[in-house]
Design a protein around this ligand. Structure first.
Ligand SMILES: Nc1nc2c(c(=O)[nH]1)N[C@H]1C(S)=C(S)[C@@H](COP(=O)(O)O)O[C@H]1N2
Ligand SMILES: [Mo]
Length: 284
């Protein structure tokens, strides 16, 4: 290994130690914003050094360590969101079958709101959804086009990588497989990246997207999907951690390789199967 790679590793280790000190020193949750800004700086700098780490295994480990700290930050901010949400029926907090809860998850009665950036406004006349990339037929759907697609309702559990799970979410929308059938995917298409406002994205293998319970959803528990939860339209991928369930989705792009989305770029796992605890890159 060369000197520059080792120097980058040492610097990242140093930044992570400082990040841990900053977090430990924070006296209360009311300081979350200040801590977030400072940690964002330290972790952002650490992340920018990752490409200089030559040893692949070490680079993946460090990427995981950085991503874990970003997730801890979300957990701090979440503490007061894990209460029953006013106006939303509380989700069950116990199960008959313990294997229904993935390892390392706890059940929340509430419906936490978790995202980077701001929820966009919605104008049904101007709203568009594009399906593009490795397709034989690119399509652009209006809101009416989208709503005219065959509708299904599924009830599934939702698992966020920061540790909360919300059971029994009833989603209504169109299967992604229905949308895929309308574009005629190219034979080279193996993956897709779904993008939502304001540029947040997640990558998925096409065979995962084509599962029968993977939807573009416009309703939850029988009412229009609230804007905070991704309304008017969000992706729902029950068999993956929540970060794959892109809110305010506006584009589905088919690709011939796995292109990283927002969190995958920041060290989260490509697959993100909660039952295999694939939280961070480097997890089996
Ligand atoms: N556009 C967008 N979609 C997003 C996110 C985001 O930051 N932006 N966060 C993801 C994460 S990490 C989770 S756990 C879920 C949370 O969904 P909820 O706010 O409806 O609970 O949205 C996912 N979809
Ligand atoms: Mo999440």
């Amino acid at each position: 290994m060369d000197g520059r790679g080792v120097a980058a590793e040492d610097e990242i280790d140093g930044l992570l130690l400082r990040a841990d000190d900053v977090r430990k020193a924070a006296p209360s949750r009311s300081d979350v914003e200040v801590v977030r800004a400072r940690l964002g700086e330290l972790l952002g700098r650490a992340r920018s050094l990752l490409p200089d780490v030559r040893d692949e295994r070490r680079r993946l480990d460090l990427a995981g360590s950085i991503a874990r700290r970003f997730a801890d930050l979300d957990r701090d901010e979440l503490a007061d969101k894990l209460e029953p949400t006013p106006g939303v029926a509380p989700a069950p907090t116990s199960v008959d079958d313990p294997t229904r809860v993935p390892p390392g998850q706890h059940l929340t009665p509430g419906w936490p709101v978790l995202h980077v950036g701001r929820a966009p406004s919605f104008d049904p006349d101007r709203w568009r959804f594009t399906v593009t990339g490795r397709v034989r037929k690119r399509i652009v759907l209006s809101w009416n086009d989208m709503r005219a697609l065959p509708q299904v309702t599924v009830t599934r559990d939702f698992h966020c990588v920061t540790g909360w799970s919300r059971l029994d979410n009833t989603w209504t929308g169109v299967r992604v497989s229905e949308v895929l059938a309308r574009v005629d995917p190219a034979p080279t298409a193996t993956h897709a990246i779904v993008t939502g406002h304001p540029g947040y994205a997640a990558n998925l293998a096409l065979d995962v997207l084509a599962q029968a319970d993977v939807l573009f959803a416009w309703a939850h528990d029988g009412v229009a999907l609230p804007r905070a939860h991704g309304g008017p339209l969000r992706l729902v991928v029950p068999n993956r951690y929540g970060w794959k369930s892109v809110k305010w989705a506006f584009e589905l792009r088919l690709t011939d390789r796995d292109v990283h989305g927002y969190w995958e770029e920041r060290g989260y796992h490509d697959e993100g199967d909660p039952f295999r605890e694939q939280r961070f890159r480097g997890d089996e």
